[in-house]
Design a protein around this ligand. Structure first.
Ligand code: IMP
Ligand code: MG
Length: 184
C-alpha cells in the first residue's frame, strides 16, 4: 500500500484515504438503492466536488447522466449579495429529471439553498443533495444534505477536491490547513 507523507501546509490529517473511500462507498450504495429504476442527472459542482464525484458515480449501478455546473457564491465570509452567479451552466435540461447535486462541502448553505431552488424552478421533478463534508455549525440557510459523508468542525480543510487559493485539490486525504498559511 502506498503511503503519503503529509503536505507541509497541513496541520493534521482529518480524514484518511481509507476513511473517505469506505464512507463514499456507503453513501453511494444508499443512493444506488434509492434511485433504482430511475435515470438521475448527477450534477457535480466544479471544481471542489470532482474527486468525490468521480469516486461516487463509479459506485452507481442504474443508468445515470453526468453534468456539471460552476457557480460563485458571495454567501460566506463576505456580505451576501443574495444572488448565486452561474459561471458554467448545465448542458442538459433538468425539466422532469431526478437531480442529484454533488458538492464538496456545505458551509453557510448559501450555494446549495440557491442551487436547489434554481433547479426546482427549472422544473426538476426532484432535487437531492449529496455532500462530502458538512460544517453544520456554520449553517445560515435552511438547507440540509440528503446524503452526507462526514460532519466536521469549523476548521478550514483542504484536499480530495477542496482548495485554498486553487492549491491542494489533488491531495488524496482531507487535512486541516495550517492557520499561518492563510493568515500571512
Ligand atoms: P456555502 O455556500 O457557504 O455553503 O459555501 C460552500 C463553499 O465554500 C464550498 O463549495 C467551498 O468552495 C467553500 N468552502 C467552505 N468551507 C471550506 C473549507 O473548509 N475548505 C475549502 N473550501 C471551503
Ligand atoms: Mg466549492
Amino acid at each position: 500500500m502506498q503511503t503519503h507523507t503529509m503536505h507541509q501546509d497541513c496541520e493534521r490529517i482529518l480524514l484518511t484515504e481509507e476513511q473517505i473511500n469506505s464512507r463514499v462507498r456507503e453513501i453511494a450504495e444508499a443512493v444506488d438503492r434509492d434511485y433504482q429504476g430511475k435515470n438521475p442527472l448527477v450534477v457535480g459542482i466544479l471544481k471542489g466536488s470532482i474527486i468525490f464525484y468521480a469516486d461516487f458515480v463509479r459506485r452507481l449501478t442504474m443508468p445515470v447522466e453526468l453534468d456539471f455546473m460552476a457557480v460563485s457564491s458571495y454567501g460566506s465570509g463576505t456580505v451576501s449579495s443574495g444572488k448565486l452567479k452561474i459561471r458554467k451552466d448545465l448542458d442538459r435540461d433538468v425539466k422532469g429529471r431526478d437531480v442529484i447535486i454533488v458538492e464538496d462541502i456545505i458551509d453557510s448553505g448559501f450555494t446549495l439553498a440557491n442551487l436547489k431552488a434554481l433547479l426546482m424552478e427549472r422544473g426538476a421533478s426532484s432535487v437531492r443533495i449529496a455532500t462530502l463534508l458538512n460544517k453544520a455549525a456554520r449553517r445560515e440557510y435552511d438547507i440540509a444534505p440528503d446524503y452526507n459523508c462526514f460532519y466536521i468542525e469549523n476548521e478550514f480543510v483542504i484536499g480530495y477536491g477542496l482548495d485554498y487559493n486553487e492549491q491542494y485539490r489533488h491531495l488524496p486525504y482531507i487535512g486541516v490547513l495550517k492557520r499561518e498559511v492563510y493568515e500571512k
